[in-house]
Design a protein around this ligand. Structure first.
Ligand code: TRP
Length: 385
């Protein structure tokens, strides 16, 4: 198996999370931190989120600071983002689903950055007009998650830049080329836009004076590690992150779900028949070669993609998932049966999402998030730093 590779732009291979935690300078979510969040959820009448219970969100940086701030009644805000890629797939939903939970939990402001500039600068063959198309499509997807309409601001860097430029300058003045190069591995061939981009991704951590918590994939943490070097000097708090693991791609046991081959990923826009076909054809199975062997030795849930997704996202009931695991490992449940469970869950989830997307388009919700909501309006009125 190929050894895992994780950078803010590329995740592939089999990932050793123990090693990654050390390399990225973060820590596991502690039992106390988890307990605080789960108890808060209970107190608020929210579900104890499956991502926390089952450990898909597993690591953090300075989460205790945010928890202390929350206990003391200090102000907290959330920040996340997505480089527009066009077709969002199942894996892309994870940070946003969890962000929605955290916003309900803390009842706080949320900023969602769409770095269309990043996408353009980092992908050699992309034109700005192509990025624009992908961005429109992703924006509508992200607006369909049900974020608090008055407390959420969704923005594209290329459009909002004038209003954040003074802050961007404060950041870029404090970030040296050597820091950026050491962190992101820039070379003499990197274009200068790429080298400056980290300032853009860090800037929203300073949109408010309170404590910034960032739910995201662990691959994005390097930006926020840099922020801590100068946040306090700028008169702000250090940012905190809460980080997810990567679920396997449909075709393999590790890595991000590959968006580069949409024919082999479960796209939010796929219909039920397509989902069924893709899962039956491509979903990596932990089943045995032959029926006879499977019945005799049982399947491997650790590498079975359908099981992994059921475990981390779709099957909330602990008793049910335990039973599925037992049946599969004992050989009484077959690979096709596991896939059938997965297909049903994905389709129920997607049809729900697609209905919300239609509703979102019809009611022009995106415009509220971007321009007309309370937080959005306040942000467009800002000029200084
Ligand atoms: N760089 C991220 C990506 O490639 C997008 C992004 C921008 C982001 N700001 C963020 C991700 C803040 C997490 C948190 O998708």
């Amino acid at each position: 198996m190929t050894e895992g590779k994780v950078t803010p732009w590329d995740v592939s291979g089999t990932i050793d999370y123990n090693k990654l935690i050390r390399e990225f300078g973060v820590e596991y979510i502690s039992a106390e931190q988890k307990q605080y969040l789960l108890e808060l959820a209970k107190a608020k009448g929210l579900q104890e989120h499956i991502f926390l219970r089952r450990g898909l969100f597993f690591a953090q940086m300075d989460l205790s600071e945010v928890i202390s701030a929350h206990k003391a009644g200090q102000s907290i805000f959330l920040y996340t983002g997505r480089a527009p890629g066009g077709s969002m797939h199942l894996g892309h939903l994870i940070p946003f689903l969890f962000t929605k939970f955290l916003q309900d939990l803390f009842d706080c402001n949320l900023y969602i950055q769409f770095p269309d500039d990043e996408k353009f600068l980092f992908k050699k063959d992309l034109t700005q007009s192509k990025v624009d198309d992908m961005c429109q499509s992703d924006l509508l997807d992200v607006a369909s998650f049900g974020f608090n309409i008055e407390k959420t601001f969704i923005f594209r860097n290329s459009e909002f830049i004038a209003h954040m430029y003074p802050l961007v300058l404060e950041v870029s003045k404090r970030l040296t080329f050597s820091q950026a190069r050491n962190t992101f591995g820039f070379t003499n061939d990197s274009n200068v836009g790429m080298i400056h981009y980290p300032a853009l991704q860090i800037t929203p951590t300073f949109f408010e004076r309170g404590f910034c918590l960032i739910p995201c994939g662990i691959d994005q943490n390097p930006y926020f590690l840099l922020q801590r070097d100068f946040a306090v000097k700028m008169g702000f708090h250090k940012n905190a992150t809460i980080l997810n693991k990567f679920l396997p791609s449909l075709t393999g046991p590790a890595g991000k779900m590959s968006a580069s081959d949409p024919s082999k990923a479960l796209l939010l826009s796929d219909d039920a028949a397509t989902i069924k076909k893709k899962i039956n054809k491509y979903a990596y199975s932990g089943g045995r070669e032959t029926l006879e062997e499977h019945r005799k030795f049982g399947g491997n849930t650790e590498i079975d993609v359908s099981f992994q997704w059921l475990y981390y996202l779709f099957e909330e009931d602990d008793m049910v998932i335990e039973q599925i695991k037992k049946n599969y490992e004992s050989g009484s449940m077959l690979s096709g049966e596991m896939k059938a469970l997965f297909i049903d869950k994905v389709n129920a989830f997607f049809s729900d999402f697609q209905a919300r997307r239609v509703q979102c388009r019809e009611t022009n919700l995106l415009r509220t998030y971007m321009y007309e909501g309370t937080l959005a309006k306040a942000m467009w009125e800002r000029t200084g730093h």
